[in-house]
Design a protein around this ligand. Structure first.
Ligand code: LLP
Length: 426
């Protein structure tokens, strides 16, 4: 639950405001972001990684307000599409503080990034090296680039979000020589300024060893290219991926521990090889945005399926949180609008979509006197919920409010049926 959340006579308050008031003012389902919590996490990362660059990964959650918080807290911003870049630029994030990712950036996206003057472009394929070289030549620019390499590390996480094993779409494998080839190709491109390497092993990871093995392998690869190609690369971006606690079963890593471990490894490897120690960068997304957000839903029906469990249907579902259906993710939630002394009942929190896989929380104990009109909140929905939201079944996407010091501010307004119909020009 967000850092500023409290229980006041059974009601949950966040940022000093009761969820009842938030629901009355802004409607439900509602994403509530604890701005102070978000900013505090941003500061924790910046402090832990002092001397390195900390890019907030916008794919976790990006709105103009979020982009401003990131910039104000001294973080840089990782974007992975033209759309995310547009939000960053609209929020006046200084372009040199932006890193641009993506395994299939279009010519238009590359052109926009080059013209805007983004600080780093992360190259992901040979096609892209050629494409960016011609875009940069045309613009008379020489963008700073990193090459994304894969380290062969099998991150212990869901297969859809593990990214450093060889059989997936991202990056260049170090083991096959593809990465060395990409380095050669980039060095030969007159309009690309190769400054470093990038590695991202996956997401929602709790085990330091994956990060450490990857860091060691990339540091060794720096040595290899120094020996083979006589180039010294000054930057090493180790990506994101730190896990957060969705339920009490998860035990998140401390950014300070990770920072100390990674810095020591890279330092040791480079010093042993007689190389200057590169500047490190990391790209946390979930760890900054996730715990700071909750989703508030209104209960619509409570249906007891005799002898099995109770289905509690709320007014959102897989369109505002696809993670349970997609990855089997676990969440926790609770009644947040009143006190209840009733016994706990085993419930399944489900949405209002037309499929039975529309589950938000598989197993959740909610009070047996739960009734329509009650508010239930789900914790740790700040990352990869709004950013992965859809309009399935033509549900308008929820609003998002930022709360802080007793004030609430809409940062993304609720979608309306008019918004949905506006796109339908048939
Ligand atoms: N950097 C790169 C290059 C990435 O691909 C990602 C995440 C991050 C940083 C941020 O990772 P984080 O710190 O947030 O774990 N939709 C999935 C997560 C996909 C992550 C994709 N890349 C989910 O909901 O779990």
């Amino acid at each position: 639950w967000p850092a500023t959340s409290r229980r006041v006579e059974g009601e949950l308050t966040v940022g000093g405001i009761g969820v009842g008031e938030l629901a009355r003012t802004h409607g439900t389902p509602l994403f509530v972001m604890d701005e102070e919590d978000f900013r505090a996490r941003a500061r924790d990362y910046s402090t832990a990684f002092a001397g390195s660059d900390v890019y907030y990964a916008g794919k976790a959650l990006l709105t103009k307000a979020v982009a401003r918080w990131v910039t104000e807290e001294g973080m840089k911003l990782d974007v992975c599409s033209g759309g995310e870049l547009a939000v960053a630029l609209a929020a006046e994030v200084p372009p040199e503080r932006i890193g641009m990712h993506g395994n299939n950036k279009s010519v238009a996206e590359l052109r926009r990034a080059v013209e805007a003057g983004v600080g780093r472009i992360i190259l992901d394929s040979l096609d892209e090296i050629d494409r960016l070289e011609s875009v940069a030549a045309e613009a008379g620019a020489r963008p700073k680039v990193l090459i994304r390499v894969t380290t062969g590390v099998e991150a212990h996480t869901h297969e859809f979000v593990a990214t450093a094993h060889d059989d997936q779409k991202f990056g260049f494998a170090m083991s096959t020589g593809a990465a060395a080839e990409a380095v050669r190709r980039t060095l030969a491109a007159d309009h690309l300024d190769l400054v470093g390497l990038h590695s991202h092993i996956g997401s929602q990871i709790f085990d330091t060893s994956g990060f450490e093995v990857a860091a060691r392998r990339v540091a060794r690869f720096l040595t290899q290219i120094h020996e083979e190609l006589d180039v010294t690369l000054a930057e090493l971006d180790l990506g994101g991926g730190l896990g957060i606690a969705y339920t009490s079963a998860d035990d998140p890593l401390d950014p300070k521990t990770i920072a100390a471990g990674l810095t020591t490894i890279v330092q040791r490897e480079c010093e042993e090889a007689g190389l200057p120690v590169p500047r490190l960068a990391v790209e946390p997304g979930r760890a900054i945005a996730g715990p700071a957000g909750i989703t508030v839903y209104e209960v619509g029906t409570v249906k007891d399926v005799e002898g099995i469990r109770t289905y509690v249907s709320v007014d959102g579902g897989m369109s505002d949180n696809i993670r349970t259906a997609l990855y089997g993710s676990e969440y926790t939630g609770r009644l947040v609008s009143r006190v209840s002394e009733a016994d706990p009942m085993l419930s399944r929190l489900v949405g209002k979509h037309c499929e039975s896989g529309d589950i938000i929380v598989h197993d959740l104990y909610l009070p047996a006197d739960l009734r329509p009109g009650d508010l239930v909140a789900v914790a740790a929905t700040g990352a990869y919920c709004y950013s992965m939201a859809s309009n399935y079944n033509h549900l308008p996407r929820p609003a998002m409010v930022a709360v802080r010091d007793g004030d609430s501010r809409v940062i993304v307004r609720r979608e309306t049926e008019e918004d949905l119909l506006r796109l339908d020009v048939g």
